[in-house]
Design a protein around this ligand. Structure first.
Ligand code: HEM
Length: 489
């Protein structure tokens, strides 16, 4: 065994232990005794209530339990304290605003009280001035310009390269496949072509490493650069990305192209406003990261469900075979309704962005509870997707709940929020839906995926969800005569 294999084994083992440790923390650490609230009390006569809650473990608070077994953890919070409660995590008090009503107040943000500084705390250092970290008027100004790069016509242009790259990747894949690395690699190749207008190759590997370093740095425990640790690697990754985009910006402004980078460099809002060089670079760095790990998580979750449910896999394959034999277009993708329902149901069961953070700029309230200024507030899309009363049997995989006949996702405006809601709702939502469909369509059209007997997928939830072992599957060719069978044989 080589040193790097040994290091990999240790890494896996540590992750598993963290997951098991998290289970104990999530189930056992809820302190049901009344605790002194870390937040300042409601002003007298305000009529607002103090938020119930507890600290959790010394130093860590509840961060470990919340990150490792989030659904169980949030279920116990709801049961113990109700929809709004406080806890400690990352050495600060955090207010949980759970469920559709509480999250609606935060997303609606009618008094401009909930700032993106909450998101910035985790990843702002490495994705600074990305669209998601801007607030209010400035955010609105940038979003209007960026919107131009995401219209249907542009999407149709990006689809062309997605289709080619996914088809080639599916043709090249091995019979034993690690799903997550395969999807990440393919998504980065798509980003290289559709976003940067470059060719996939060694450059993609360099960029992939730099993005991963930035993403992992967001959840670093030691939040200053110590050589070899996550934060330090994130600083290095950010520098690599800035150098790459700055070196290419003049060419994109002058000669244009069909890629997103060119679109951003040239995009104007209705008043003719354009991005500066720094703006375009900052937006690209954030967009690349916003697009890849989220879409990889969504596609992995869907492929996992399809491997668990061969009847749905057969149905999706039959639909793919019927709808498209040649080049994909947006209309063909819209007609892949079974695949659409499977993707939605998989994102419901495992929201690719499980939690969304905000920081209060002034004293405010959520659901009648007092929330002081400068408090971190968390909304959990993950948990809206299990909220009592909105979904029938929420823990079950049941894509038909998204069918026209049932539309459980419409049981509340915020029942289904994998892409968030309000002013910061994902600008790449349509792009993401398209890319995840194209990836799965090409992988499953001619092949069946199976898991080894007894295999269980474990998710690492310490950053965006990712399988701890990459999710190994076996790939079997499906004969042409079997493609239209709705149940895989
Ligand atoms: C399945 C894949 C994806 C999921 C689940 C997802 C989820 C989200 C969520 C929940 C937010 C809201 C964050 C907040 O409220 O603070 C968001 C924002 C954003 N997403 Fe996505 N996203 C996905 C794919 C993409 C893709 C493919 C792109 C770009 C091509 C993208 C670009 C963005 C941007 C720029 C924002 C910030 C929007 C703003 O602040 O106005 N996302 N995404």
């Amino acid at each position: 065994m080589t040193a790097s294999q040994r290091a990999e084994d240790v890494r896996r083992l540590t992750k598993r232990l963290v997951l098991r440790g998290g289970a104990v923390v999530a189930r056992g650490q809820l302190n049901r005794k009344p605790a002194r609230c870390d937040l300042s009390p409601a002003p007298e006569g305000s009529g607002l209530q103090a938020i119930p809650g507890d600290k959790g473990l010394p130093i860590l608070g509840h961060a470990l339990g919340a990150a490792t077994l989030p659904i169980e953890f949030l279920e116990s919070r709801l049961e113990t304290y109700g929809a709004v409660s406080w806890m400690r995590g990352f050495a600060m008090p955090i207010v949980l605003a759970l469920g559709p009503e509480a999250s609606q107040e935060v997303f609606a943000n009618s008094d401009h009280v909930f700032s993106q500084r909450g998101q910035e705390f985790f990843s702002g250092r490495f994705f600074k001035r990305g669209l998601m970290f801007l607030d209010f008027e400035e955010h609105h100004f940038h979003r209007r310009i960026m919107q131009e790069a995401f219209n249907r016509e542009r999407l149709s242009g990006y689809l062309h390269s997605m289709d080619t790259i996914c088809r080639d990747a599916a043709a090249r894949r091995d019979d034993e496949l690690l799903v997550y690395p395969y999807l990440k690699r393919t998504l980065l190749d798509i980003a290289t072509v559709a976003f940067m207008g470059d060719e996939p190759g060694p450059q993609s590997d360099l960029m992939s490493k730099a993005f991963t370093e930035c993403l992992h740095a967001a959840t670093a425990v030691v939040r200053f650069p110590v050589p070899g640790l996550r934060w330090w690697a994130g600083v290095r990754g950010r520098r690599t990305l800035e150098q790459y985009f700055h070196a290419n910006i003049d060419a994109r402004r002058n000669s244009g192209g069909d890629d997103l980078f060119a679109a951003l460099c040239r995009a104007r809002d209705e008043d003719g406003n354009q991005f500066t060089d720094d703006d375009a670079v900052n937006h690209m760095i954030f967009l690349m990261s916003a697009a890849t790990d989220t879409s990889a998580a969504a596609a992995t979750a869907a492929l996992h469900q399809l491997a668990l449910h061969p009847e749905w896999q057969g149905r999706v394959r039959a639909e793919s075979a019927e709808i498209s034999d040649g080049r994909l277009d947006l209309d063909a993708l819209d007609r892949m309704q079974s695949l659409g329902m499977v993707i939605n149901e998989s994102m419901r069961l495992l929201a690719p962005v499980p939690a969304i953070f905000r920081k209060t700029l002034k004293d405010t309230s959520i659901q009648g509870y007092f929330v002081p200024a400068d408090t971190m507030v968390v909304v959990a899309p993950l948990f809206n997707h299990y909220w009592p009363g909105l979904w029938s049997d929420p823990h079950a995989f049941d894509p038909e709940r998204f069918s026209d006949a049932r539309r459980e996702d419409r049981s509340h405006r915020l029942a289904f929020v994998p892409f968030g809601a309000g002013a910061h709702k994902c600008i790449g939502m349509r792009f993401a839906t398209v890319v995840v469909k194209v990836l799965i369509h090409h992988l499953l059209r001619d092949h069946r995926i199976e898991m080894r007997p007894g295999y269980t997928l474990e998710w690492d939830m310490t950053a965006l969800p990712a399988p701890t072992d990459g999710f190994p599957v076996l790939i079997r060719r499906v004969s042409d005569s079997n493609k239209n069978m709705t149940v895989a044989t």
